[in-house]
Design a protein around this ligand. Structure first.
Ligand code: XIL
Length: 346
């Protein structure tokens, strides 16, 4: 065979070999190269309409979570209506870019439509509502969404079960049944209990670990713990480390599921960004990633930041203050925090 044909054949073999889907775009030095999946919570409207935003998500992340598009109110606004358009768009984007989709979230006390909060019915009717929602949603995305935050934020700050509509109408064991329903609808999906505040101190952390541990020992299909880790510059490294390492002691998968590092915890109205803040934030990101990276590889499900850039962070709306919690700035450029993540991966 002439040299030219051999070269051509080799090229063809390497570019369209029989190994299934082609790798997505992976810029050298992007977060896609990390040993575990790094992802972000994505705003579907921005993904559609903002090319710079989409470029960052495509280049850097191999996991995506819908910031809002898979919440109850978004997917199931009326009893008889499911709206899949935005969530399906994200799933299709992920498929094209060889990224994983983490589902967020099936059962939460927030983001409920009025028809649920106003729902009148006995406990059997409530049970049917919960089961139907979970199984319709998980069933719709079966094979495309590989993991779910089944229950989000069920534990209150004092370690008791939060008095949500679910707890009120279904009793405390609704958490276990939610996992069973999700597992029936997609036996291959990895199922997570997701919450915030593991780093606040032992009260809430212990309550969460006890809940998860008891589900596991009862044989309830739970596979992982999501640590939201909405954190800030004041949070001590020791508390962040305790959050991450105690979660791993459960033996389950650990997902840092909603990471951001707010730099204006005092909510000062006129605060401006500075290199000192940038360096402090870099150190926090590096510490968190380094601590997570030290967990057993089989338990590192991934690390997801909550939003992509400082321009689209939920923190500014939540605190009504200036803040810069993410690894990309208002102009979609990498910040020192990004270098902190990279350093933490080494
Ligand atoms: C937030 C979104 O970012 C906002 O856009 C929305 O208005 C409220 O919810 N914990 C969670 C996430 O589990 O779903 C929340 O997302 C942030 C806190």
């Amino acid at each position: 065979m002439p040299l030219r044909s051999i070269l051509l054949a080799t090229l063809l073999l390497t570019s369209c070999g029989s190994k299934g889907p082609q790798p997505g775009p992976s810029a050298p030095g992007s977060l896609r190269e990390a040993a575990f999946p790094i992802g972000a919570a994505v705003n579907v409207n921005l993904l559609r309409s903002n090319a710079a935003y989409r470029e960052v998500v495509t280049r850097e992340y191999r996991s995506v979570t819908a910031e809002n598009a898979m919440k109850f109110r978004s997917l199931h606004p009326d009893a008889a209506t499911y709206t899949w358009t935005d969530a399906d768009y994200l799933v299709q984007f992920a498929r094209q870019n060889n990224a994983r989709v983490h589902g967020h979230t099936l059962v939460w006390h927030n983001s409920l439509p009025a028809w649920v909060t106003n729902f009148q019915g006995d406990s059997a009717a409530w049970e049917n509502l919960l089961k139907t929602h979970i199984q319709t949603v998980v069933g719709h995305f079966r094979g495309q969404v590989s993991s779910w935050d089944v229950v989000n934020e069920a534990i209150a700050e004092d370690g008791t079960l939060r008095p949500s509509v679910w707890r009120q109408h279904l009793g405390p064991d609704y958490v276990a049944r939610a996992f069973q329903y999700a597992h029936q609808a997609d036996p291959d999906a990895k199922l997570f209990y997701n919450d915030y505040g593991h780093e606040f101190g032992p009260t809430k952390r212990t309550a969460i670990l006890n809940l998860v541990g008891s589900l596991k020992s009862r044989g309830i299909p739970i596979h992982g713990i999501g640590l939201q880790l909405h954190t800030n510059s004041n949070r001590a490294d020791a508390n962040l480390a305790a959050a991450i390492t105690t979660a791993a002691q459960s033996g389950l998968l650990v997902h840092i599921s909603e990471l951001d590092v707010a730099m204006n915890p005092g909510k000062t109205a006129g605060l401006t960004w500075s290199s000192a803040l940038a360096e402090a934030q870099k150190a926090k990101y590096q510490f968190i990633v380094q601590t997570y990276n030290a967990l057993p590889a089989a338990q590192r499900f991934g690390l997801t930041t909550w939003n992509v850039t400082d321009a689209d962070t939920w923190v500014r709306g939540d605190c009504s203050c200036p803040d810069w919690p993410l690894p990309f700035d208002d102009h979609y450029q990498r910040k020192p925090a990004y270098d902190g993540i990279v350093a933490g991966l080494k």
